[in-house]
Design a protein around this ligand. Structure first.
Ligand SMILES: O=C(O)c1cc(=O)[nH]c(=O)n1[C@@H]1O[C@H](COP(=O)(O)O)[C@@H](O)[C@H]1O
Length: 236
């Protein structure tokens, strides 16, 4: 089960990232997101590859088709395992991105990443969706529509909250990847996550991967927190 847990390197610089990777040798799948990639660029990817780690490059692209296409072509050249884009870019941009990862990977002679779309950030509540974003759909319906848009545009999966994963598992194709952040063991703080379930609930509901950060990385003893989560998942 531990290969289903992706831990984000949500740290400000390369030294802190390497320190965290060294502290948790059991972690096989790391996420590099906006903060670390903006500060270090691809250097961290080389470090992770040299240790044969899997990489989720979470750059959450959101732009017009030509621009996301170019960004995806470039990102696919890094030979990472997962790459993100927002579903709300729309169908043309998603299609351009899906084509671009194939072209970028082929040009670099590497395997294309699985391109996955953010349905709705797990920090957004149903109330915020309605009142701040003015989306006139119930939250689960919106998340499903975004997942189907991604699927119909040729993407490999989505990032969704564990609260919606069961519904998406039932409605999307069998091999469509469902990656869930917003996962919180009962003993951890929710922080800014609004739509969360426990690791075992998320896996039982059909998640392929769980992204779990602060419950592990901000724990007094990260290794102990990791072990508690793996133990919980081994009971599923
Ligand atoms: O794309 C993501 O990974 C992501 C999407 C989303 O809707 N919500 C979300 O929390 N994330 C990421 O998942 C991680 C969650 O971290 P923790 O809240 O510390 O467990 C962060 O790195 C977020 O950037």
């Amino acid at each position: 089960m531990n290969e289903k847990i992706i831990v984000p390197l949500d740290v400000p610089d390369l030294d802190s990232a390497i320190a965290l990777v060294d502290k948790l040798p059991q972690v096989t799948f790391w996420k590099v997101g906006l903060e670390l990639f903006t500060s270090t660029g691809p250097k961290i990817l080389e470090v992770l590859k040299s240790q044969e780690k899997r990489i989720f490059l979470d750059l959450k692209f959101h732009d017009i088709p030509n621009t996301v296409g170019g960004a995806c072509r470039a990102a696919a050249g890094y030979g990472v395992d997962l790459l993100t884009i927002h579903a709300t870019c729309g169908k043309d941009a998603l299609k351009a991105a899906a084509e671009a990862v194939q072209i970028g990977a082929e040009k670099a002679g590497t395997k294309p990443p699985k391109l996955i779309a953010i349905t709705l950030l797990t920090s957004i509540s149903a109330r915020q969706l309605a009142f701040d974003l003015k989306i006139p759909l119930e939250l689960p319906e919106f998340a499903l529509e975004m997942a189907l848009l991604a699927q119909n545009s040729g993407l490999n999966g989505v990032v969704c909250s564990p609260e919606e994963v069961q519904q998406l598992r039932a409605s999307c194709e069998k091999d469509f990847l469902l990656v869930c952040p917003g996962v919180r063991p009962t003993w951890a703080d929710k922080g800014d996550q609004k739509r969360s379930l426990t690791p075992s609930q998320a896996i039982t509901a059909g998640a392929d991967y769980l992204v779990i950060g602060r419950p592990i990385t901000a724990a007094a003893e990260p290794e102990l927190a990791w072990n508690r989560i793996v133990e919980e998942l081994n009971t599923v």
